[in-house]
Design a protein around this ligand. Sequence first.
Ligand code: TYM
Length: 332
Amino acid sequence: KPRLLSGMQPSADSLHLGNYIGALLSWKALQETHDAFFFLADLHAITVPQDPARLRENSRRTAAQYIAAGIDPERSTLFVQSHVPAHAELAWVLNTITGFGEAARMTQFKDKAVKQGQDSASVGLFTYPILQAGDILLYQAVDVPVGEDQRQHVELTRDLASRFNSRFGETFTVPKPYILKESAKVYDLQNPSSKMSKSAESAAGLIWLLDDPKVSVKKIMRAVTDADGEVRYDQAEKPGLANLLTIFAILDHRSIDSVVEEFAGGGYGTLKKALAEIVVGTVEPIRARTLELMDDPAELDRILAANADRADEVASATLATVYDRVGFLPRR
Ligand code: TYM
């Protein structure tokens, strides 16, 4: 089976609908056909300030949401990044073959650094994509299922893998981004020109997987659309509606055309009501199962520990090869 790797930052109390549609949904399907590794990117999370107690809690919550959304920790390897020391170690080596200018071109860093204020943004935030490249290369992953916002980081990973291979000899599999066109980008419900993101200005634009379903229904009913009132798919002219249609089609496993057909002629209200039902139907079982899993943190920790052992085995083997290739003196 081809190797696959992906991860998310455990940096919020809950994952949101963008994480679910852009990543988790395809992870769940791909674990059937791939030797899949899914992790919680806690090393990445601390590139912006985190409260330690909340980070620990959110790591368990994120793991619980993976499992509740259908990631099977018996079949896939579900682990915590900081449990596998090779991530930080490979990142160091990759830092040394990355150009300063190359790193400076990463748009996510630029966005986040502007938000933080250039001078207070950490060096960790700057080298973040290089750590991400290490995550992927340690497991010799072929496919990396992510949302559109992560494409540039996977491209950097490809460049670094090829560069290392040509300098030091074939070591890394060169991975490719696995991005589904329709689900690649879920937009903010209040501001449909920006992606749905945990750092959004207003909470009204985000559907959290762990929110009370009543709150999610309200947010959908209040989603920004347009004054024209006609149900048709037009990303440029009607981005708010296009986003709702996309979410509808994906969660209801049908084409956008068939959704448009069903609701054409009706008002936006009818469409929103039907969408709210579908979203709640998707999110509610995940929320219920997550809360159940959170009731037994010891069991969650046990699952994560066992999976970390599996991940560590693969990662240490790659790191050992890398250390040898770059010319480090063996310890014994
Ligand atoms: P993160 O935690 O920001 O997001 C997790 C996943 O959710 C996707 N996503 C979206 N997809 C569609 N629409 C949206 N509005 C939306 N918002 C988020 C992201 O594309 C991602 O797939 N750097 C990564 C974590 C990471 C990683 C890795 C991923 C670290 N190392 C190695 C893959 C491979 C991140 O911050 O994702």
